[in-house]
Every structure is written in C-alpha cells, then in structure tokens.
Write a protein that binds this ligand. Structure first.
Ligand code: FRU
Length: 513
C-alpha cells in the first residue's frame, strides 16, 4: 500500500515537473511575479512584468500601435543577457507586454537601437517592413539589423550582420535612424565616445560616415549615449534637435540628458550658439530617452519616453515584486517635446506629459483655493490611491519659499521647495522612504528656474515609486524615483513668510494594469 502511495507521489511530481518544463521561459517568470500590485510597482508607468529593464528602444508607431522595445534581461533582475523586450499600446498609457523580440547571438548582446518602417522597401525585406537597427555588443560594438513583417511580433536577423563594423572605437553604439527625404537616404546618429557620429545609407545595409559632432561643446563629464536627431517646428521655423544622454555628468549627478539646438544640412549638425549644456530634465531619473518614429503627420507631435532611472544606483533600487525574477526599473510617462521661443528669441525644448493621460484621470477635486500664510496646511490624499496628479498654482513674491511635503504613516517624506529668492525648484528625497540601498540615492536636487512669471504651476504626477514634476506646462521637468514604505497619504504646504494665493487640485488615476 505504502509503495503504491509512493508511486502516486512520484508520478504526480514527475507530471508537475513535465508540465512546468512545457511553460515558455517568459511565462515561468510571470508565475513567480505576483502581478502588478506590489508596493513600489508603478501604476501608470510602463514596467516589465518581470526582470530587469533599462533604455527604451525601437520606438515606432505603426498601424495604430505604439511600439516600445526596451533593454531587457529576460532571466534576472540585474543587467545582463541584454535582449529587446517588447510592449505595445494604442494610447501611450496602457501597455501590453509581448514576447522578447531580439535575443543575444554569436555577435553579442542586443544593445540599444531603433526601429523604422521601410515604406519604400529600400532594404528589400518587403514594403513597410519593420526594421530594427541595434548594436551587437560582443567583444566590440557593431551595428546590426533585423526585420519583421508581422507588426513586430517576430524578427529575423539579417544574415550579413553586422551592417556597420566598428572602426576600432571602444564606444560605438545606440543607432537612431530616420529617413531623410531631401537626399532619399537613411541617416543614423551613433554614440561614439564623447561625440555623435552621423552616417548615411540608401538601404540600411551599406553605411557611409558623414560627420562627427560634439568635441568641445556641451557636457563631457561622461560617455555619450543614445542620441536622437529630429526636427521641431516653431511657427514656420524649423530647428534640428540633438538629444544626447550622458553618463555620468548630469547636473544632479550620474545619468542625464542634454540637448543641442541647431541645423542639419544632410551631412553635418551645426549647433546654434547657446550656453550649453542644456538639460531636458533636472531630476535624477530621466535617462536614455528617445522619440517615436513614424508618428502620423496629422498628429505631428514628437513623443519621447525615457528610462526612469540612473546608472548610479539602477542595479540596487528596490524591485517592484519579489522572487527570483522580480521586476526592476520602469519608464517615465511619455512626453511631448516641443519648441518654444522666449522674448529674446532663444529656443528651448518644452517637455510635457502627453495629453492622452487626461482621458484616464478622475474628475478634478479642489483641495484648496485661497490665500496661504506661513502656518502649515495639511491635506489628506483622497483614497490613498497608487497614482494621482496634483496641480498647484501659486503666486509668490521675491522672498518666498513654498514647501510641499508628501508624508506617510511611516514618517517618510518627499519635499519640493519652490524657492524664489534662489531662483530654483528643489527636490529633497533624503528621507523619502527606502534610500539606503545606495549612497547616491538620497539627496537634494535642484532645478534652476527664473521666476519672472506672475504665477507658477506645478503638475505633479505621483506614482507608487516616482514623482514627476512638470513646471509651467513643460518649461521644466523634474523626474525622480522615491520608494516610500507605504503610500504617501498626506500633503503639507507651508510658506516661509508672508502670504500668497494658491490653488491645489487633485485627480486620481486608476491602475493601467
Ligand atoms: C544606456 C546604455 C546604452 C547601451 C545600453 C546597454 O543606458 O548604456 O549605451 O546600448 O545601455 O544596456
């Protein structure tokens, strides 16, 4: 009898092992990951169901879908075995994660890159083929291509990869390609150390070097990565923008994104004389951002998304779920980049959250509308939701500092100070919750802001592990991660001196998952 029991037990065990081995690698990880409800799991931002992610890759819009490929380790919560993960969205807010799109091969890991739609079948993979151009990172870095004719659901690597071999440079990566109609060529921007090199190709297979930009201009505190060159219009003027991520060397330390404004003549990028570096964001966590290709002309926006992290501590941040395949790292909210011109005629980039987010907010609730004085005002955050949007508009005078503090029942707090006398907005996350995983994480980070306007509006997007601040409709953006040990459920407002009019509105976002 006992023998029979043992026989049954072994059979059941063998059956379980057999069934588990039939599950695809990716799905095994999903079983370990308990879904999207963990304490730090972003509720309105993209994160992977499981494991590590870094840079957004291959951003392209095609037949109603925004594709978001991303640097991904399908086997663990740390950087490694770099592959391209894949997610799609029809509204830029809700994401559906698909199978891993590109995995390492004999040429190396699959580092960052882009995707284009080959409308004229220049490469011969078919009209409208979706073509990925990425860095093969083995003992050195080369550029390779792969194509898909099923809307990115599967890719075939080109048999003659690499298409652009390394001429002997230690850093030779992150191709971003667009079709340049005036000369009917593909143009590639490539990160080459502390410069960006431009190449051209008629067919994505044969590449010729055009020029190199960057020596002696901009920030050079670290290696340049993830370039993106594109035109932006202001009324009837067109300017070319070159985004360049840099690591380290950002204004608040570690990784950050600088940009250049100028002209592109098909061969060379010539920067206009601005006082570089210009920074796209003044938080610690906005890196490797690139923009979507092939956005329909009638939309016309330049939409960007970035990795909401910093190489200083990316491998140490708390995970969003537990277990061996815990999810680590997420993206910023998608942003619309536009060109603005000030009274002196100087251009800068405006960086706003895409308007699609509005469709998913609850109705606004007014929390306050009146004159603030120096006694602290406290507001409880209704429903203690995972993600919400606060909008503060305030008029301050020259000697005033307005402090907003988010607190929770564990006494964690994140602070924003609008500091008029020092012309800056400061974010303090020293006591924001879990901070001790890296010495680089806690800190006070400042963003210069010229208080020449009568009032200032902050749109603050709070998620379970991030606070994104958009100042005056995108004049500044400040993106930071925070890991409060329970959700912040109170907001305190205090003025250092005098009084000032303020209004404070709130709306909730339901989880996108
Ligand atoms: C930027 C980066 C890229 C590289 C990728 C590797 O964060 O270092 O330059 O392609 O990450 O994962």
């Amino acid at each position: 009898m006992q023998l029979l029991h043992r026989f049954y037990a072994y059979t059941i065990l063998l059956l379980a092992v057999f069934l588990y081995s039939c599950i695809k690698e990716e799905d095994k990880d999903i079983i370990v990951d308990k879904g999207y409800s963990g304490l730090f799991r972003p509720q309105v931002h993209f994160s992977s169901k499981y494991n590590w992610i870094n840079d957004p890759n291959g951003l392209v819009y095609y037949e109603g879908e925004y594709h978001l490929f991303f640097q991904h380790n399908p086997f663990g919560s740390g950087w490694g075995y770099m592959s391209w993960g894949h997610a799609v969205s029809t509204d830029l807010i809700h994401w559906k994660q698909l199978n891993v799109a590109l995995k390492p091969d004999a040429l190396g890991d699959i580092f960052s890159g882009c995707v284009v739609i080959d409308k004229n079948n220049t490469a011969g993979f078919g009209k409208d083929a979706m073509i990925a151009i990425y860095t093969s990172a083995g003992s050195s870095q080369h550029q390779s291509i792969a194509f898909s004719t099923d809307k990115g659901r599967s890719f075939i690597k080109y048999r003659n990869n690499p298409v652009l071999s390394n001429p002997g440079r230690p850093d030779f990566r992150d191709p971003k390609v667009f079709w340049y109609e005036p000369v009917k060529q593909w143009i590639m921007s490539l990160a080459t150390g502390q410069t960006i090199s431009f190449y051209q190709s008629p067919d994505l297979k044969v590449w010729t070097k055009l020029s190199e930009f960057g020596s002696g201009i901009g920030a050079h505190g670290g290696v340049w990565e993830c370039p993106d060159l594109f035109p932006l219009k202001f009324e009837d003027e067109t300017k070319w923008i070159l985004l360049v991520s840099i690591n380290p060397g950002a204004p608040n330390g570690g990784s950050g994104t600088q940009y250049f404004i100028g002209e592109f003549n098909g061969v060379t990028f010539i920067a206009d004389p601005y006082s570089y570096p210009l920074w796209l964001d003044y938080g610690k966590d906005n890196y490797a951002g690139i923009t979507w290709d092939n956005i329909p002309e009638e939309d016309g926006r330049r939409i960007q998304i970035a990795w909401m992290n910093n190489w200083e501590y990316a491998g140490a941040i708390p995970t969003y779920s537990s277990g061996g395949n815990a999810s680590r790292g997420g993206m910023t909210l998608p942003r619309a980049l536009s060109l603005v011109k000030n009274e002196q005629g100087n251009f800068s980039i405006n960086n706003e959250v895409v308007s699609e987010i509005n469709a998913f907010g609850s109705a606004w609730t007014t929390l306050y509308n009146g004159v603030l004085s120096s006694d602290e005002k406290s507001f409880s955050i209704p429903d203690s939701p995972g993600a919400y949007h606060l909008q503060l508009t305030t008029s301050l005078s020259d000697n005033q500092i307005l402090t907003l503090s988010w607190v929770n029942d564990n006494n964690d707090q994140s602070q924003i100070k609008i500091n008029v006398p020092e012309n800056q907005i400061v974010f303090d996350r020293r006591e924001s919750g879990k901070v001790s995983f890296s010495n680089y994480f806690p800190g006070v980070f400042s963003c210069p802001f010229d208080f020449e306007t009568d009032s200032i509006t902050l749109d603050v997007y709070v998620d379970q592990s991030s606070i994104e601040i958009i100042v005056n409709d995108g004049v500044r953006s400040i993106t930071n991660q925070v890991f409060p040990q329970s959700i912040y459920n109170k907001l305190n407002l205090s003025l250092n001196t005098g009084s000032g009019f303020s209004s404070l509105k709130y709306r909730r976002f339901n989880s996108i998952w």
